[in-house]
Design a binder for this molecule. Structure first.
Ligand code: ATP
Ligand code: MG
Length: 319
């Protein structure tokens, strides 16, 4: 194991509200999810679980608040987080519920098709009672995603409670608005994101997501408008083009490294985890973004959303 086993006596510096799920994926391209064909998995997954696993592998102090089922798929996620050094003391297992599952098929044009077992799964039971304000108040960052906000009403309220408690205690909020507008409609997406955007210190959108939040046609204008709304840092993720970081005083375009992409799922979450780790190191934004780009790039080189998440000593020589 490449991470030191951590014993947490106080709140980790980075916390997430967990989207606890496993991913089961098609072995071959272009196999529709409506027909019988081979799958591979389960792999531990879930946007915020990927994020916090990356934080831990990068040497950060990391914790997850969330709900897994009392089943083997729950072990799959919880065992991985524990092994990588994430504090799981605020995760619980829900008897009688199965762990969340995402079935994924990849198409040869690079697009993905999902079937989710999530709103009815243990993960969606996450609620305000799972959020201990004292625990959260000790964190430097609480990270939230659109996917957790849209998991269930109770999960959404848990996110609002945790972000308020962290912020009131002087902590910061990072937010990946990875919401699927086809599920909720754009107006509802904006409505549920608003309370988080108002507290957000670091926004981590893809181009489409930035444009969706503001209604602008192009992603740059969207990012500038998000800054104008009071978000101090907007880090725009651009796949194999790297990333672009916007602040009031600068726009930094940072290249990534070239890699052989095996599985793109989770790159954005690994990028986000690395970005927060970099900020906590006190690095300048160019170095933070470069670090996050390299982590995102390495994460796509293995099959499985968390499998490619690199360890700190793999990343530093590539900066
Ligand atoms: P997902 O939602 O699938 O997790 P995303 O759209 O949120 O992904 P991406 O832009 O795909 O995020 O990836 C995040 C970062 O990881 C990119 O900004 C880039 O730095 C790096 N990255 C991702 N894919 C590649 C790639 N094929 N080659 C090099 N770097 C990559
Ligand atoms: Mg994403």
């Amino acid at each position: 194991m490449k991470v030191e086993k951590k014993e947490y006596t106080m709140t980790p510096r980075v916390l997430v509200l967990g989207e606890v799920l496993v991913e089961v994926m098609r072995k071959e391209l272009d196999q529709p999810l409506s027909k019988a064909a081979d799958f591979v998995g389960p792999f531990p997954s879930g946007a915020t679980c990927i994020f916090i696993d990356a934080v831990a592998r990068l040497g950060g102090s990391a914790g997850c608040i969330g709900v897994a089922g009392a089943d083997d798929f729950g072990d799959c996620v919880v065992d991985r987080l524990r092994a990588d050094g994430v504090d799981i003391s605020h995760m619980r297992r829900a008897p009688g519920y199965t762990t969340g599952i995402a079935f994924v098929a990849y198409r040869s044009d690079g697009s993905r098709k999902f079937v989710f077992h999530l709103p009815q799964a243990a993960a969606a039971l996450l609620g305000p009672d799972d959020v201990d304000p004292e625990y959260v108040a000790g964190a430097k960052y609480v990270h939230v995603t659109g996917s957790v906000l849209s998991m269930s009403e109770s999960a959404r309220q848990a996110c609002y409670k945790a972000t308020r408690a962290c912020k009131e205690a002087g902590g910061r909020i990072s937010f990946d608005p990875n919401i699927r507008p086809e599920l909720l409609g754009i107006d509802r997406v904006r409505e549920i994101c608003k309370p988080i955007l108002e507290l957000c210190d670091v926004l981590l959108p893809s181009g489409e997501e930035a444009a969706m939040l503001t209604g602008d046609d192009d992603e740059e204008t969207a990012c500038r408008n998000l800054l104008a709304d009071g978000i101090p840092i907007v880090a725009l993720k651009r796949g194999d083009q790297g990333s672009k970081v916007f602040t009031d005083s600068q726009v930094i375009e940072v290249p990534t490294i070239q890699v052989n992409e095996i599985d793109p799922t989770g790159a954005g979450d690994c990028y986000g985890g690395a970005f927060v780790v970099g900020l906590l190191e006190g690095w300048d934004l160019a170095r933070v973004a470069r670090f996050a780009n390299v982590v995102g790039a390495l994460s796509v080189t293995k099959r499985g959303p968390m499998e490619g998440a690199p360890y700190r000593d793999q990343v530093l020589p590539l900066l």
